[in-house]
Design a protein around this ligand. Structure first.
Ligand SMILES: [Fe+2]
Ligand SMILES: [Fe+2]
Length: 162
């Protein structure tokens, strides 16, 4: 069955959203490195690479469906933050936003009875649960320490192990 033009366009938009995510996390990695928080920087570098893999998953899916992939322009990400807590709160809110986008794609695939796309998207539904759990968990830890430097140090060391 041929994939619809609307679905191809929506997946191309999501490819851009994944590359934008990658860039946001790369900028967060650069911020942490500049702040001397190498564990958090390392964690964000891994996150950056994962987002590129997400974009690549959507790209190879469109290839398999014989659809045209449009390589997007990537938005310039925010450079500076107040502190580590603000960074992870931003990352958590961003993952919630990405989840809402994935759910909309699922709704669209269901409405079109595009079972192949629904099946492909299931991986992303599960992945977003992980992403929200991971980023939300780090926010909770930093909040637990009340944003003090000792807490940031402890979490930085923990994140270096990713
Ligand atoms: Fe992603
Ligand atoms: Fe993500």
């Amino acid at each position: 069955m041929k994939i619809s033009d609307a679905m191809v366009s929506a997946i191309n938009d999501q490819i851009k959203a994944e590359f934008d995510s990658a860039y946001i996390y790369l900028a967060m990695s650069a911020y942490f490195e500049a702040e001397g928080l190498s564990g958090m920087s390392h964690w964000m570098t891994k996150q950056h690479k994962e987002e590129i893999e997400h974009a690549e998953k959507f790209i190879s899916y469109l290839y398999r469906r014989g659809a045209r992939v449009i390589i997007p322009e990537i938005a310039r990400p925010r450079e500076n933050y107040t502190d580590a807590l603000e960074v992870f709160r931003t990352a958590y809110a961003h993952e919630q936003y990405i989840t809402s986008r994935i759910y909309k794609l699922v709704d669209m695939a269901a409405a079109e009875k595009d079972y192949a796309t629904q099946s492909m998207l299931q991986w992303f539904v599960d992945e977003q649960t992980e992403e929200e759990d991971n980023t939300g968990g780090i926010v909770s830890k930093l909040e637990f320490f009340g944003g003090d430097k000792h807490g940031v140090y402890v979490v930085d060391r923990e994140l270096s192990a990713r």
